[in-house]
Write a protein that binds this ligand. Structure first.
Ligand code: G3I
Length: 330
């Protein structure tokens, strides 16, 4: 592994609870960083105003601490997986700015504060930019206004001044969206808000985005002077299929992945890691969004093959391809 580049994986609860022993074994041997796939999102951790839930969350953090892995927190402020009460005001009205800021502060202080010194870095704000580069009109934006992102970073810094703080988003290979993210980050920097890195999720497909678009995005993002992280990497092999699509078209690999696709996936991963390694001075971390194909959110009722281990938890050609690229870079 190139010096300084951390390689991680998102864990589901069966893994961080230690129930899925086969997965735990692979994670412990092959990775030095973990992210929680769902556990530390707002809804699971803070389901009602006066109730925080920390049991499984504590086990997740301890999983990493025990194994001396870098533990990442995902995510504090997002429009999705946030409990409905957060955005409700009195008597059915929409929440006002001050109330929502107070709720945000309490949430961030409680969650970040609890894991102070143990969680290395936080995705403070997730997916705040729309495809056209403007700030997404999320419930956070609607109630607080455009400074909600800066506020979230300020609260996180107060709660753990030693933690790294990241902005995380997807589709950053699209120039308009990337420009919006870079504007946001520069605005935070101009306000003196502390931010350490940009997370590019890296939910990609076999053919798109092109490798030159991936590299161009990386070069652009690193020009902010911040660390660049690939925080949720996977390669979707299935067609975009709408409801009611013919199953043979929507789910073409239901009985297995043909060898040519398997090899194409390995080549795609090798190419992508080639870019990461070429820019290793800027890329501080790469995290896969799940361990094996059986664990991936991309299945959703179909059979997808986006990751480095197969459903039997055997390493795929893509695993060996990634290892080769990383070995050569050492
Ligand atoms: O919490 C309930 C649980 O109580 C219930 O037993 C279970 C039954 O289906 O559902 C559980 O919630 C599901 C949750 O995953 C935990 O399994 C949600 O319905 C489901 O929507 C949720 O999906 C997650 C998704 O984020 C939600 O937006 C995926 O696992 C997770 O991989 C995905 O991750 C996101 C990143 O956080 C941000 N970037 C995009 C990425 C992919 O969508």
């Amino acid at each position: 592994m190139p010096k300084g580049m951390v390689i991680g994986v998102a864990l589901n609860q069966r893994q961080s609870d230690g129930v899925d022993a086969a997965a735990v074994d692979i994670v412990a041997k092959q990775f030095n960083q973990i992210s929680p796939e769902n556990l530390l999102k707002f809804q699971p951790v803070h389901p009602s105003e006066d109730r925080y839930v920390f049991e499984a969350q504590d086990r997740f953090v301890q999983f990493g601490v025990d194994r001396k892995m870098q533990v990442i927190g995902h995510t504090l402020v997002w429009h999705s997986q946030t409990s409905a009460w957060v955005f409700q005001g009195k008597d059915g009205a929409a929440v006002d700015r001050d109330t929502l800021l107070a709720r945000m502060r309490d949430h961030i202080h409680t969650v970040v504060g609890r894991y102070k010194g143990r969680i290395h870095g936080w995705d403070v704000v997730n997916e705040a930019i729309d495809e056209d580069g403007s700030l997404r009109k999320s419930p956070w934006f609607n109630a607080i206004g455009e400074d909600y992102v800066a506020k979230a970073f300020e609260f996180a810094r107060e709660a753990d001044p030693g933690a790294e703080l990241y902005y995380n988003d997807f589709n950053l290979e699209k120039p308009a969206k990337r420009a919006g993210v870079i504007r946001l980050v520069k605005d935070l920097q101009a306000r003196g808000v502390r931010i350490h890195g940009i997370g590019n999720q890296g939910h990609w497909r076999l053919e798109t985005p092109g490798i030159s678009e991936i590299e161009e995005a990386l070069v652009d993002l690193r020009s902010t002077g911040l660390k660049v992280m690939y925080t949720e990497v996977d390669i979707n092999l299935l067609p975009q299929a709408g409801r009611g699509a013919d199953p043979a078209v929507a789910n073409p690999y239901a009985s297995g992945l043909p060898d040519d696709k398997q090899q194409a996936l390995a080549r795609r991963y090798a190419e992508i890691f080639g870019v990461f390694v070429k820019h290793r001075d800027a890329v501080s971390r790469v995290t896969f969004w799940g361990l094996s194909d059986a664990d991936s959110w991309l299945n959703r009722g179909r059979m997808n093959y986006p990751l480095l281990w197969d459903r039997q938890r055997q390493p795929k050609p893509a695993f060996h391809a990634v290892v080769e690229v990383l070995k050569r870079a050492r």
